[in-house]
Design a protein around this ligand. Structure first.
Ligand code: BDR
Ligand code: CA
Length: 303
């Protein structure tokens, strides 16, 4: 499967990109970056660092620095650390960004790989909304758009009502759900059922010292946050679960429904069922242990 990941790395983003690099059923053709866990220039630097670490020969196209709607964004330093990689703060600048901005790159790749390209969006949806605006055929050129975002049947994480990726650009997310795109939503409804514990990271580091070791190092900070906030003994494999949904839909229980996003008031950023909207395949349940197993098995094959 030809895949582009739209990302704000970010600790769980790094895990998702490593998974995609290891997956034999994924041909990763590029990364596009977005503000979110960090500012966009940090996302791009981190993405280029990961491309190098994973020996991928793919472009990194930088995307939007701000939300389309009202900008309520502050980098999630308390979750992902000051530079996006936990306690690791010295991250070298490797290579350069692609000449095209993210939305143009997405539009061009969707046209080139018409009917074949899957985009997995694991940050705020600004670049996707921009691509929809840029090319009226973008939506129909895509094979699938798989989004890590939202909390349809459960509480949010950044507020009681909203999940972080949707909250950071509620307007863009609402525009994406209004478009006739073949969309799969992988929200907190399922990603919090894929807990990855310190023992899982240590096992991964042993099997894959270079990549797994790096993921283990950056995750210590992230695990501390999960422990402090929810008393959890692990972190959700949020972004990796979305990448896994691209190729392993049968691992998920899916309901089809339209969605909109609340655009103001105390519930801003909440994802709400709206039957008048185009249908989205919303993941309601998951084989969480299966996702954890698959993630470990594949990332463990990396150096
Ligand atoms: C999502 O928000 C970000 O912090 C994570 O990288 C993930 O994409 C989880 O709500
Ligand atoms: Ca992310």
């Amino acid at each position: 499967m030809k895949l582009i990941i739209d990302t704000d790395p970010g600790i769980d983003d790094a895990m998702a990109i490593a998974y995609a690099a290891a997956a034999p059923d994924i041909e990763l053709i590029g990364l596009t970056t977005i503000f979110g866990n960090t500012h966009v220039h940090q996302s791009s630097r981190n993405a280029r660092f990961l491309v190098d670490k994973l020996s991928l020969n793919i472009p990194v196209a930088e995307g939007a620095p701000f939300a389309r709607g009202e900008d309520r964004h502050a980098p999630s330093e308390h979750v992902h650390g000051p530079e996006g990689f936990g306690d690791i703060t010295e991250i070298p600048q490797i290579g350069e960004n692609h000449a095209q901005p993210a939305a143009e790159f997405l539009v061009e790749m969707a046209r080139k790989h018409r009917g074949e390209l899957v985009i997995c969006a694991i940050g705020p949806l600004t670049n996707i909304a921009d691509a929809i605006k840029l090319d009226p055929e973008f939506a129909s050129n895509l094979a699938n758009l798989v989004i890590m975002g939202g909390a349809v049947f459960c509480p949010g994480n950044i507020t009681e009502h909203a999940e972080a990726n949707i909250y950071h650009d509620a307007k863009a997310a609402n525009e994406v759900f209004a478009a006739p795109l073949p969309t799969v939503l992988v929200g907190l409804d399922v990603t919090l059922k894929t807990l990855y514990e310190i023992a899982d990271f240590e096992n991964l580091a042993q099997k894959s010292p270079e990549v797994g070791g790096f993921l283990c190092d950056i995750s210590r900070f992230y695990l501390k946050f999960y422990k402090e906030i929810g008393g959890l003994e692990g972190c959700g494999l949020h972004d990796s679960t979305a990448v896994i949904a691209c190729t392993h839909e049968p691992m998920f229980e899916i309901v089809e429904t339209g969605l909109h996003v609340v655009l103001d008031g105390p519930e801003i950023g909440a994802t709400r069922v709206n039957p008048a909207r185009p249908p989205v395949r919303v993941c309601r349940d998951v084989d969480g242990a299966g996702v954890v197993r698959l993630f470990t098995e594949r990332v463990a094959s990396l150096p």
